[in-house]
Ligand binder design. Structure first.
Ligand code: SAH
Length: 363
């Protein structure tokens, strides 16, 4: 089969420019050549390192949060514990081990689910979780989950879900699209589509010609589906991602290959493609369902849940080199110049449910 870029170019030649959202979806999830469908993105030898791959402490502290959210929600029996977009499955492995230590009976009564769109990554996750204290079931979509109180988390999920971009032209806002340039290479251009102005961020009103804004209806729809579940059946959600608390003007679409930025349009399917998450849109979607949604920097979240204490205990059993590695992991996860400030944590619960470290637990 031809490379994905050549197939996309042939489609554009036949049918016209492709929206950024469709391009992103193809680059990430084309069944034969998409990035998540065919590549091994994670880790030192992959293209990028995510928080669960930095240290087991990340998944362990997620377990602390999830358990506190379950307790604060009235400790409902037979909860579903789910992760969406689990990558290699490392977070779930660490989370299950920690939950067994916190409350083995709660874990024994829980049903564990992995929601993963890539069949290849499902197989990787199965291998990672072989021998875990509880065996998950797998499904491809939120709507495939059975009913019941849902405690769900996702790390770097929303950044991988396609966005739409609009570019300001002399004639107004136009949807940004991928077309063919001289010689047939893929290029960005202003497409024919015009947005509903009500959907654009407020800052778009004063943006100059050439400015780019982003919206992500697919992310909002996913958040709405999760919020609907939680408001109907109970539960809570935790999403960690990089992005901004309010919508702004700017192009955040980026490609990463081998731990370095790459060109977005060259060789789709061979680089990770992400865009910053506009958390205000996710907050609105959760609040529209009557839920409470709050945001915190990843560094404050992890430190508030006891990252330093956990690091101290972990390091106590190690030699000096091990302790140094733990110190570096703390810096990477929580440091303001590393992931601590760029990454945000969004916690969604029913109204009035107090969860650490956003609120101290109700006594
Ligand atoms: N959480 C992991 C992986 C992040 S990469 C980590 O932190 O290491 C994004 C993950 O989300 C991949 O596993 C990808 O296949 C998955 N994914 C992307 N869109 C999805 C969707 N709509 N539903 C379920 N999984 C999705």
């Amino acid at each position: 089969m031809k490379p994905l870029a050549a197939r996309i170019a042939a489609e554009i030649a036949a049918a016209g420019p492709m929206s950024v959202a469709d391009f992103m979806a193809r680059a990430l999830f084309d069944p034969a050549a998409g990035y998540y469908t065919t590549r091994e993105p994670f880790g030192a030898r992959g293209d990028f390192v995510t928080a669960p791959e930095v240290s087991q402490m990340f998944g362990e502290l997620c377990a602390v949060w999830l358990y506190a959210a379950w307790q604060a929600s009235g400790a409902p029996p037979r909860p579903l514990i789910a992760e969406i977009g689990p990558g290699r499955g490392t977070l779930m492995k660490d989370l299950l081990r920690a939950l067994r230590q916190i409350d083995a009976a709660m874990l024994a009564g829980a049903r564990i689910f992995m929601v993963e769109a890539s069949p290849r990554l499902c197989a990787v996750q199965r291998a990672t979780l072989a021998g875990a204290p509880a065996m998950p079931q797998w499904c491809a979509r939120i709507d495939d989950l059975p009913g019941g109180p849902l405690f769900i988390l996702g790390n770097e999920l929303f950044d991988a879900i396609p966005i739409r971009q609009y570019v300001r032209t002399a004639a107004g806002w136009r949807e940004r699209a991928v077309g063919l340039g001289d010689g047939g290479a893929l290029v960005f251009l202003a497409g024919a589509g015009t947005p509903d102005p009500a959907l654009l961020p407020a800052a778009a009103a004063t943006a100059p010609e050439g400015a780019i804004v982003e919206i992500a209806p697919a992310r909002t729809a996913l958040m709405e589906a999760i919020a609907r579940r939680i408001s109907d059946d109970g539960g809570a959600a935790l999403f960690i991602d990089y992005g901004h608390p309010t919508a702004a003007v700017g192009d955040t679409l980026q490609a990463v290959r081998g731990h370095a930025y790459a060109d977005v349009l060259s060789a789709p399917g061979t680089a990770d493609l992400t865009a910053h998450v506009d958390f205000s849109a996710l907050v609105r979607a959760a609040e529209a369902r009557g839920l409470s949604a709050r945001l915190m920097d990843q560094g404050d979240f992890l430190l508030g849940l006891g990252l330093l204490e956990r690091a101290g205990r972990l390091g106590a059993a190690m030699d000096e080199a091990g302790r140094e590695a733990v110190r570096q992991a703390v810096e990477r996860l929580a440091g303001a110049d590393a992931m601590g400030r760029l990454f945000k944590v969004l916690a969604v619960t029913a109204r009035g449910v107090a969860v650490p470290p956003f609120e101290s637990a109700a006594s």
